[in-house]
Design a protein around this ligand. Structure first.
Ligand code: MRU
Length: 324
């Protein structure tokens, strides 16, 4: 499933806000279209945002690439991949390289990274395992295979069978709209549950491992991820179920010491009160708090699985070891 396409210098994306009911591609005509596509989650998922931002800046940097980079970077603050990719395009610009080729290289590398992450992740699972996942960390959120869903999609290709439970993931329902759609499409057994049912399926013994993607990993191993992920990690610890975070090495931000230093994006209250409902579900004056991400404490994480290998605690030491 191609979520980001460059066709004769035309940049197209599969509009993820229309899924699962319509598969519609939209063309980006200017940098404002690109900014809005990220902001409105037409393209989403940390690695996919990075790939898309690379193409966006390469195609539409205008007269001042630095200013355009800053504008694009401000669309969503939490995932590190966005600024990581735009910094690469700016560096290529300074070195006089072909920017489109650099953006294509980011895209191609992501496919290889996701394949490696998926292989490492699969090595930790057994055929027939029950898996819980939160939000969407599959092909739609990356280039191919995915991060959190990568071992399941690759495993399916290799003949493994998994019983996957996906949290619907309030308030934007990426689990319901995107993860169940992706897994159904590749023929994986998937059962949709509400976020507040995770404890029950764990208690029933239906879950052997939790797999999630990540948006930013701090140097001490704290991880920013979709809102609700830390609650799932606390439950996994309670029921003694391994909690695996999967993401490319570029998601580790050694400049961010701990999770407390991660900027968490806050979104409109409309997403909680109105979106997806026929009628508003609260009074207009009712206050809402709508952070898009939360931070999972490193002590709750069994392993962080990157394209360079599987990292186990102590994360502050072992993440750096990967650099060597
Ligand atoms: O707000 P979103 O939909 O972009 O959030 C996405 C997630 O939290 C993903 O789980 C995360 O980016 C992991 S990337 C594969």
């Amino acid at each position: 499933m191609d979520n980001i396409i460059l066709d004769n210098n035309k940049l197209l994306i599969l509009d993820q806000t229309k899924l699962p009911n319509e598969e519609v591609y939209i063309e980006m005509k200017c940098i404002e279209d690109c900014y809005n596509a990220i902001k409105l989650l037409e393209v989403r998922g940390a690695p996919a945002i990075g790939i898309f931002a690379g193409y966006s800046l390469a195609l539409f940097h205008g007269n001042d690439i630095y200013k355009t980079k800053e504008y694009l970077d401000s669309s969503r603050p939490t995932a590190v991949n966005l600024t990581w990719a735009t910094s690469r395009i700016v560096k290529a610009f300074e070195e006089g390289k072909d920017l489109i080729e650099e953006a294509k290289a980011i895209h191609k590398e992501d496919i290889e990274m996701c394949r490696n992450i998926s292989e490492y992740g699969l090595s930790l699972l057994k055929d027939g395992d029950g898996i819980l996942t939160h939000c969407n960390a599959g092909e739609l959120a990356t280039s191919k295979y995915g991060t959190g869903l990568g071992p399941l999609i690759l495993g399916k290709e290799k003949g493994y069978t998994f019983q996957v439970f996906t949290d619907e993931t309030r308030p934007l329902l990426q689990g319901a709209r995107l993860t169940s759609y992706e897994l159904e499409k590749c023929g994986t057994d998937v059962t949709l549950i509400c976020d507040n049912m995770a404890s029950l399926v764990m208690k029933k013994g239906l879950i052997n491992a939790v797999l999630v993607g990540c948006d930013r990993v701090a140097a001490n191993g704290d991880v920013a991820n979709k809102i609700g992920t830390s609650g799932v990690a606390i439950l996994a610890k309670h029921y003694n179920i391994p909690f695996y975070v999967l993401g490319p090495y570029s998601t580790i931000d050694f400049n961010t010491k701990t999770g407390d230093d991660i900027v968490i994006e806050e979104r409109e209250s409309d997403e909680i009160k109105n979106m997806f409902y026929e009628k508003p579900m609260a009074l207009p004056e009712t206050k809402c708090f709508n952070p898009a991400f939360d931070v999972t404490d490193h002590e709750l994480i069994t392993a962080i699985i990157t394209d360079k290998g599987i990292v186990r605690p102590p994360f502050d030491v072992n993440l750096k070891e990967l650099l060597k």
